[in-house]
Design a protein around this ligand. Structure first.
Ligand SMILES: [Zn+2]
Length: 483
């Protein structure tokens, strides 16, 4: 038998959580064509993976690379950590459909530059992606905040009846054109005035398409319990699956709250379709003037339009240098983004090890000093949290970044190593895998990721991007599952 590529002697971890086994894997064109003892097979490329793990490519269900997939299509920050599929359009903000010209309201300005062309329909965005594809597969949620920016005349109030109807129609159209689901971000100013009923109206459209409602909840700090209840209510009222994005308990006063929120989620899951993801860090990152700095023990400025030289410096140092308060420094620096140390390590570990939690990076690929999660999330889970802290087994860690996100978002024939599945495959060294990105030096490829294939093509060779861009636009193809 003949294949294009055979990966020999590796520890095959299939993504389902079943124990790894030593076997060979064959790829032909864009598919996995055989698994097992392939001694008699021939291939033009043979890779010896003895001592290495062979895993499904990682699926990052929560990133903000909507623009980056077009402007930096090699997306080395993703492929170098083993990610083969990204889901964009999160936190209520997608760059399509978008009619608004000129300066965009924050945080959309963190994702899309003001001078970039607008995609007034999701179909246009999808066409651009398919005409000039990235190295990774890309799916995209449709952002309720973006729909609000398009349709609601005054963002400081709830949508009126005709605006709501237009948003529903626009969402319906975008989901017909390949949007993976709807995302909301009532935490953020453009959507803060949205009522629970307005969010529910969005979820009803997602439900009609059999797709998910993902949310950056209204509050992840003092009112995280209320925000969870609101999210569950939206799901119940719309009969729609709801997904809590980057679950966290922010602010010193809320450290330890995951001991309450996780049982709430577990209880809700018994009655309705609920899921969640999280990042493996105590620091988050978002627009600087989000109010997060009031909850943080430390803030690093990651980007400032007016003071780009401040990127990488502590907000407290900048304020001291200027002789102003933190709030005044924020006002001077914006438009700007920051990294906020707001979580407790115990909460991070409790949320990560909760059996239903999916791993995400929440990365924003912008500025000279991003959060290290942009380059290091998945290796950090497989290195630090799996190997060193021993939060979970190798098989369970991989499951949280492969079959679980695939099942949750309905991405068929990916997230598992199986015959006739697409050949999104990672080969890594389980003993050396680690993030190299740090808060001081955040732009660093990870250690230990040796080969990354997307649709059967090598995109990362262990040292550099190969230049191949075999990524596809992905829509929902399989039923979603409660994970
Ligand atoms: Zn978010």
């Amino acid at each position: 038998m003949y294949a294009d590529i055979i990966i020999k002697n590796g520890l095959i971890v299939d993504g389902d959580g079943t124990p790894g086994r030593n076997a060979d894997l064959a790829i032909k064109d864009e598919l996995i064509v055989a698994l097992g003892d392939l001694t008699n097979w021939q291939a033009s490329t043979m890779i010896d993976a003895a001592g290495k793990v062979v895993s499904p490519g990682f699926i990052d269900p929560h990133v903000h690379h909507d623009e980056a997939v077009l402007t930096d299509p090699l997306l080395t920050c993703m492929t170098s950590q083993g990610v083969t599929t990204v889901i964009n359009g999160n936190c209520g903000f997608s760059i399509a459909p978008l009619k608004h010209q000129g300066r965009l309201p924050a945080p959309l300005d963190l994702i899309l530059d003001a001078d970039r062309p607008r995609f007034s329909s999701y179909a246009q965005y999808r066409q651009a992606l398919e005409a000039d594809p990235p190295a990774v597969n890309a799916a995209c949620l449709i952002g309720h905040g973006s729909l609000r920016i398009n349709e609601v005349a005054d963002l400081s109030r709830p949508a009126d009846a005709s605006e709501l109807k237009r948003m529903q129609q626009a969402l319906d159209q975008a989901l017909s054109q390949g949007g993976l689901g709807v995302s909301t971000g009532p935490f953020y100013p453009p959507a803060r005035a949205a009522t629970t009923a307005e969010l529910t109206a969005m979820a009803q459209i997602a439900q009609a398409h059999g797709k998910l409602y993902a949310t950056h909840m209204r509050d992840e700090g003092d009112h995280v319990v209320d925000a969870l209840n609101e999210t569950f209510q939206v799901g119940r009222d719309a009969h729609c699956g709801v997904h809590v994005s980057h679950h966290k308990c922010a602010g010193l006063a809320n450290h330890g709250m995951s001991a309450i929120t996780l049982p709430m989620i577990e209880k809700a899951m018994k009655a309705q379709d609920v899921g969640l993801d999280t990042t493996p860090w105590t620091a988050s990152a978002t627009m600087l003037n989000s109010g997060r700095h009031k909850q943080a023990t430390r803030v690093i400025v990651s980007d400032s339009e007016r003071y780009p030289e401040m990127a990488g410096r502590d907000l407290a140092d900048i304020a001291a240098q200027w002789g102003v308060s933190l709030d005044q420094a924020v006002e001077r620096l914006i438009p700007a983004a920051g990294i906020f140390f707001i979580m407790d390590e115990k909460d991070v570990q409790r949320i990560l090890s909760f059996e239903h939690t999916i791993i995400c990076s929440d990365g924003i690929h912008k500025g000279s000093h991003p959060h290290p999660r942009v380059w290091g999330t998945f290796p950090r889970v497989l290195g630090h949290y799996r190997r060193d802290v021993k939060l979970f087994t190798l098989e369970q860690a991989i499951r949280r970044m492969t079959s679980m996100p695939a099942d949750r978002f309905g991405i068929g024939r990916r997230g598992r190593l199986a015959v006739d599945h697409f050949a999104d495959v990672v080969v890594f060294d389980p003993d050396t895998i680690a993030e190299r990105a740090t808060f001081q030096k955040p732009v660093q490829p990870a250690a230990g990721i040796e080969h990354v294939f997307v649709n059967g093509r090598l995109v990362w060779d262990g040292q550099k991007a190969t230049g191949a861009r075999p990524g596809k636009h992905l829509d929902k193809t399989a039923p979603t599952q409660v994970v």
